[in-house]
Design a protein. Structure first.
Length: 600
């Protein structure tokens, strides 16, 4: 693939595409997106006009019902009859008169399905058009509020209240979804006196017909377009598919990110539109407390635009294919010469230094020059290869001589063993112990220095090392190794934390007169990591030095801290980001080094 993309022919084709084809594709795509943007802007403008007109129509329609409600809650007859009921007077007469009044008002408009009065004394008088029942109200039992709660909610306000649409009941296999206008009854002789409330229940289809008047009348100027209403709690006030009204709760428009996706899912789930590209707009009416939502399906329009774009792209690609074929025919002779030279180079790269490129009369002059230079270069390479063979033979001889001159580690161990026996024969047992410890330390450190060992082996070596340090410093410090038995078989890298122990002994105790104590503790954390703690009561480290150590910024030329830097680098090298290193110190009190590595 790389050879193909680097060929002269490919580069010529690529250059042609960049110079001529890509601008055409770019112009085509820009035209597509510009057209799409214009269509989107026009759709947005139409949707906004549609929502404003829908809002005005709904307000105008509701105004007529508000006028009826006003006549009811201010009418003297209703005020007197409700006052009679609250006073406990002739209840039968008052109830009959109220029902006649409610029936007369309800029959004025077909969309009124029920008118209900709840009095201060708790009486409920209603006229229910679907059932004509005087015993059971068709909608009151489906509310999420009791009559008392509903009364309190309405009577505490002096304005008309809108109660969101809910399923009421079904009659003759027809479901009824009602929304309500409510107001407290007002006696203008004593306007603050609580008498009761009046609720007009209206068929939700009235709002649907007003919101979607064009599509209902068969004059839909925006095909694939639907309007509906959502209240301040995200509940549907009206929706083309009534069954969606009952249990649907949506984000309030513009209230949170992703609200349009929720509305699009509602439209898809209800089966109103088959497309997958919805434009959703909203308009809030603060007076009603409702949000008017418009959803239009733009899939058909955008499919037509995409078809035009694809046709243009197809024409461009066919032109490209034709021109590429022309380029291939024109460049065949030149690329053929290049392929011959490349093939010869591959053979030379595989070790055939005798390969040569045959000159062809059809070769361009530039190719002839390259051929001559290649053949000359191959001749020179043959000479160089012979010279390299001679130099390599001499170098190998020198390496063998150098290896023979190296000191065998076993010679060092045997010499130490001989010195050890000499010390024993001279009754110098302390010297013998020190030499034995040194031999074990050297053997442990030299043999597979980067290998993985058990914690048991590391602790045994560390005891030998500390013993030598105690001998050298004349037992000026004591130490404590705290390693649980169950951790002794854990695997760690060899000599991982020796530099931290050495730093505590050589530098931590320097200049401190009190008794020196070194503690090495290993424990297992709940996350499975091994935690190694090296603690001393030495002179401590200044804060700026601690930060340098943590950041691995110490000057590698400082003799005192080379081991510390190397130890930190080894931690990073062995365990990567899983290794954790921390150091805490207080000047004059001591230092604690904490290392955490994965437990194995």
């Amino acid at each position: 693939m790389r050879i193909v993309t680097n060929s002269l022919q490919f580069r010529l084709i690529s250059a042609f595409c960049l110079i001529s084809i890509l601008p055409l594709v770019f112009i085509n795509l820009m035209s597509y997106y510009n057209t799409t943007g214009i269509v989107q802007e026009n759709t947005d403008e139409l949707a906004e006009v549609n929502l404003v007109q829908t809002d005005k129509s709904v307000r105008s329609t509701l105004a007529a019902y508000e006028d009826l409600l006003f006549q009811l809650y201010t009418g003297d007859d209703i005020v007197n009859d409700v006052d009679e009921l609250n006073a406990g007077g002739n209840e039968a007469l008052a109830v009959n008169q109220l029902r006649r009044t409610l029936r007369g008002i309800a029959n004025i408009k077909d969309s009124i399905q029920c008118i209900t009065i709840i009095t201060e004394s708790g009486d409920i008088i209603f006229y229910d058009k679907p059932t004509a029942s005087s015993i059971k109200n068709s909608w009151l039992d489906t509310m999420n509020l009791t009559p008392e709660e509903l009364y309190d909610k309405i009577s505490n306000e002096n304005s008309t209240q809108y109660i969101t649409t809910r399923y009421a009941s079904s009659f003759s296999a027809k479901p009824y979804y009602l929304f309500h206008l409510a107001h407290r009854i007002v006696d203008y002789n004593s306007i603050h006196r609580q008498l009761g409330v009046i609720i007009i229940s209206i068929d939700e289809r009235l709002l649907h017909e007003v919101c979607n008047q064009n599509s209902v009348d068969g004059d839909d100027t925006l095909p694939g377009n639907v309007n509906f209403i959502v209240d301040d709690e995200g509940r549907l006030v009206t929706f083309p598919v009534q069954r969606s009204i009952e249990n649907t709760v949506l984000p309030i428009p513009e209230s949170e990110n992703g609200w349009r996706e929720s509305y699009g899912e509602l439209i898809e789930g209800s089966g109103l539109m088959d497309g997958d590209n919805f434009a959703i707009h909203s308009l809030r009416d603060d007076l009603l407390g409702w949000s008017f939502v418009n959803v239009s399906d733009q899939s058909v329009v955008f499919r037509q635009i995409e078809a035009q774009r694809n046709l243009m792209l197809l024409a461009v690609f066919l032109s490209v294919a034709f021109l590429i074929a022309v380029i291939i025919l024109v460049t065949r002779h030149m690329t053929g010469s290049i392929k011959n030279i490349v093939a010869a180079m591959k053979k030379a790269g595989a070790g055939d230094l005798a390969v040569r490129v045959r000159r062809d009369r059809k070769m361009p002059s530039e190719m002839e020059t390259i051929t001559d230079q290649f053949n000359r270069m191959m001749g020179q390479m043959n000479k160089l290869v012979e010279e390299v063979k001679m130099v390599s033979a001499r170098q190998k001889d020198a390496e063998i001589t150098a290896l023979e001159a190296q000191i065998n580690p076993h010679f060092l161990y045997n010499t130490l063993d001989t010195i050890n026996w000499m010390a024993i024969n001279a009754d110098q047992y302390e010297i013998s112990s020190a030499i034995g410890a040194l031999a074990r330390i050297l053997r442990y450190g030299i043999d597979k220095s980067n290998s993985i060992v058990t914690l048991r082996e590391e602790m045994e070596w560390l005891q030998q090392y500390i013993f030598l340090q105690q001998t050298r410093l004349k037992n000026t410090f004591s130490y404590e190794l705290d390693v649980p038995k169950e951790l002794l078989d854990c695997k760690i890298h060899k000599l991982l934390f020796q530099p931290f122990v050495e730093n505590a002994i050589l530098h931590g105790f320097e200049g401190v007169r009190r008794h020196h104590i070194l503690v090495v503790k290993v424990q297992k954390r709940q996350n499975g990591f091994l935690q190694i703690i090296v603690k001393d009561n030495g002179k401590g480290i200044q804060e700026n030095k601690i930060q340098e150590i943590k950041s691995r910024l110490l000057d590698s030329g400082e003799k005192d801290h080379i081991g510390m830097n190397n130890a930190i680098e080894r931690l990073r090298m062995y365990y990567g980001e899983e290794a954790r290193f921390d150091i805490k110190s207080q000047v004059g009190e001591g230092t604690v080094v904490i290392i955490e590595i994965p437990g194995k």
